[in-house]
Ligand binder design. Structure first.
Ligand code: OSB
Ligand code: MG
Length: 375
């Protein structure tokens, strides 16, 4: 049984090695919220909130998530006990709309706590079966096609199983063509537009068909399904939805409308692990491949993503690059490493997330802290 006693919030500032640009903005210094939950037995669990500083990907931000946990989620969690972490998400959904990233941060921390209490790795506790997960890299918009070709070349040499190229109008066809023509027909590439296009741009998107991309991620509006369905009818390349899939209901809609053929599951976006597992299972029943997306997480969020990606229907490489791709120094020990074949080992022999937080470094990076207690 889990009865939460305290929830601690930490905000850290962690600079990326290089700026990361998507169609709607650029980030250099990540503001990251970490969540520690402690139960009445003294067991603890860690979670990470994937909301950014600015609402250009998703409506939530670090500040709205902080407020939501303080004002609404923590008091609701302190109201009762739970037999299993599966009960957390439905409980938080009741009478509280939205705020998925805030909900996910605490929900995933409780899953981590429960896995530790059960003496099991988070992967196996979630139902994961893989010992290794395949890794893709997400490459931000580059200044020139040549610069992009270099980045993809380096990524392939390092062993990555997939390169995701961020695109926007004006940085699309010529960039993808340069990569395909220089690196050949076999490099596993895809694009992610982060909703930079409309149906008026369908011709440009159809031009991309000739490059045999693995998929086109979220070309149209961030909350749309119907227009994606219209676009998919005229495209050969599979559409992968990211932003539009906020829970299992939207995954149902996508399948019924044929708005996409692949789903990028980010546990933060869909409200946590319970919701992620529901989407995973539904997609498995409907032959829809899924893969684990990333939000430039620290080693804590990465641990959760690795555990999730160890479930059976995560058949495509995830955006779960090793720590050194993002940070000079990660906040966990050991840091996340990728082997030369582009695989990350799932830490199945340790209880919980399988890495330890470097508490001294965390303390050094922390700029804001709060502790919420059971009344
Ligand atoms: O759309 O997948 C996205 C980062 C910030 C916001 C949106 C996205 C991304 C990424 C990062 O692609 C992937 C990673 O964490 O490596
Ligand atoms: Mg995306």
């Amino acid at each position: 049984m889990i009865r939460l006693d305290r929830i601690r919030l930490f905000e850290i500032h962690l600079p990326l090695k290089e700026p990361f640009q998507i169609s709607s903005g650029v980030v250099q210094n990540r503001r990251i919220m970490l969540v520690q939950v402690i139960d009445a037995d003294g067991a603890e669990g860690w979670g990470e909130c994937v909301a950014g500083e600015y609402p250009n990907y998703h409506p939530e931000t670090v500040d709205t998530a902080w407020l939501a946990i303080r004002q609404w989620l923590a008091p609701k969690l302190f109201e009762r006990s739970f037999d299993h972490p599966m009960e957390i998400y439905p409980w938080l959904q009741r009478d509280i709309r939205g705020h998925h990233m805030a909900k996910a941060a605490v929900e995933m921390a409780v899953w981590e706590l429960a896995a530790r209490k059960a003496g099991q790795s988070l992967s196996r506790y979630l139902g994961g079966t893989r010992d290794k997960v395949a890794v893709g890299i997400s490459i931000g918009i580059q200044p020139t096609p040549d610069a992009l070709v270099e980045k993809v070349r380096e990524a392939m040499a390092a062993g990555y199983r997939k390169a995701k190229i961020k695109i926007k109008p004006g940085a699309d066809v010529a960039y993808v063509r340069a990569v395909r023509e220089t690196l050949g027909p076999d490099v596993p590439i895809m694009v992610d537009a982060n909703n930079a296009y409309t149906l008026d741009d369908a011709d440009v998107l159809r031009t991309l068909d000739q490059f045999h991309l693995m998929m086109i991620e979220q070309p149209l509006a961030w909350d749309d399904l119907l227009q994606h369905a219209k676009l998919q009818q005229t495209l050969q390349t599979p559409i992968c939805l990211d932003e539009s899939i906020t829970g299992v209901e939207r995954a149902h809609d996508m399948i019924e409308l044929q708005a996409g053929r692949i789903i990028n599951i980010k546990p933060g976006r869909v409200g946590g692990f319970t919701s992620s597992k529901q989407i995973h299972d539904l997609c498995q029943q409907n032959n829809i491949p899924v893969w684990c997306g990333g939000m430039l997480e620290s080693g804590v969020g990465r641990a959760h993503n690795v555990a999730l990606a160890s479930l059976a229907n995560f058949t495509l490489p995830g955006d779960i690059s090793p720590s050194s791709r993002y940070w000079q120094r990660d906040i966990v020990v050991p840091e996340w490493q990728m082997d030369a074949k582009g695989m990350i080992s799932v830490p199945v022999d340790k209880p919980g997330m399988g890495v330890e937080l470097d508490m001294d470094y965390l303390d050094h990076l922390t700029v804001r802290q709060d502790e919420l207690k059971v009344p």
